[in-house]
Ligand binder design. Structure first.
Ligand code: GTP
Length: 356
């Protein structure tokens, strides 16, 4: 068997996760206490792949500063920067010169998954495929690109999001490429792997196959999914070789202070040096390092950025609080509210109800 290398695309701007992605690229956001990418790199390593090329662009320098040569993870990591983001296909093409293997496993850098990657590689080899796509079956495929396959697992059609999907198989954002297929992607121009590369390969009747399963899978691209994925890691619903086996309702990091009677449930994460006040209630909360949740505050299914403060008896539900923001006492922030970094909201300054 030829050797396999991995490419991870991490160059996107992560606009759907703003304002968190103003200060950190999406794959570096802390997830169960580790940069999200660490979980994916640990899975790649667990599959026996030792060399990874990161295709960076937005905030490119942050990745190398953190992961260096990869030796701490037992990997060899190389970096290739796009001055201008070239899209998913362009990003794959742009790393071609840094590749040395014949078989390349390509990952979107924001996917949390439970599939054994060796099985995907086995499917690729068994079919002598040019490209193998990992597909997952999901309960509601409407929000995703669907992929039709024939009885042999060969990919027939790639469909955009539709309200009436003909299949529950969706593109999981992990692919295996034969090296020469990567070289065929036009160089130096923006290309979408989903909208251009795959439809062309299918039209040209190349050997494009699918590996289909129903393993854990989540694209961490939106606040809702980020919160769910983080909680799933804490509770052990989502596997990660980077985390210890012990799982529970919450994960509290070193230097954090938890006040009397505070309740931490639903896969809540409390970052390093964060402070949780007495009687606060955190349900599925992601509290980044150095943030402060004051006494009696309630934080549900929300992300609280680095050093942000939630005032006494405030309520944050399904919200994103930017780094260093200051939410006054008794404020209510609900239903997708996003507070930009450093913004101060006075006590009682935003309410959804009239009782104070
Ligand atoms: P949104 O702006 O919220 O859609 O996020 P995104 O920019 O990350 O885009 P998307 O979620 O579609 O990207 C999927 C994966 O591909 C992510 O891991 C991105 O970092 C990566 N990616 C997206 N665009 C590019 C690009 O132009 N170059 C590189 N190298 N990676 C990209």
């Amino acid at each position: 068997m030829s050797t396999t290398e991995a490419v991870v695309l991490v160059g996107g701007k992560g606009t759907r996760l703003r304002p968190l992605t103003i200060s950190a690229p999406k794959p570096m956001l802390p997830t169960a206490g580790l940069p999200f990418l660490t979980h994916l790199l640990a899975r790649i390593k667990a599959a026996g792949i030792d060399r990874v090329v990161l295709g960076t662009s937005f905030k490119a320098e942050v990745f190398e500063e953190h992961f260096g040569d990869g030796s701490e993870l037992g990997l060899e990591i190389a970096y290739v920067v796009e001055d201008e983001p070239l899209g998913t296909g362009g990003g794959i093409r742009n790393v071609a010169d840094a590749l040395t293997a014949d078989t390349i496993m390509v990952f979107n850098g924001d996917v949390l998954g439970g599939t054994d990657l060796r099985h995907v590689l086995d499917t690729h080899e068994k079919n002598s495929a040019d490209v193998t796509m990992h597909l997952v079956r999901v309960a509601d495929p409407r929000a995703f690109g669907c992929v039709m396959t024939d009885e042999n697992g060969r990919v027939e059609q790639f469909l955009e999001k539709t309200q009436d999907p003909p299949t529950d198989q969706i593109n999981a954002g992990t692919y295996v490429f034969q090296r020469e297929v990567i070289d065929e992607i036009p160089a130096g121009v923006p290309v979408s792997v989903e909208r251009e590369v795959f439809p062309k390969l299918i039209a040209d009747e190349r050997r494009v196959f699918a590996h289909v399963d129903s393993a854990y899978w989540r694209d961490m691209g939106t606040p809702e999914d980020f919160v769910r994925g983080s909680a799933d890691l804490v509770r052990g619903i989502a596997p990660s070789p980077a985390l210890p086996e012990a799982k529970g309702e919450s994960l509290v990091h070193e230097g954090a202070g938890i006040g009397a009677g505070a309740v931490l449930i639903g896969g809540t994460v409390v970052g390093r040096g964060a402070e949780i006040g007495a009687g606060a209630r955190l349900d599925g909360a992601v509290v980044f390092d150095g943030a402060k949740i004051e006494a009696g505050a309630v934080v549900e299914r929300s992300i609280v950025g680095f050093g942000a403060r939630i005032g006494p008896r405030a309520l944050v539900r399904d919200g994103v609080i930017g780094d260093g923001a200051d939410i006054g006492a008794r404020c209510e922030l609900l239903r997708g509210a996003r507070v930009w970094p450093g913004v101060e909201i006075p006590d009682g300054g935003i309410r959804y109800s009239t009782d104070m």
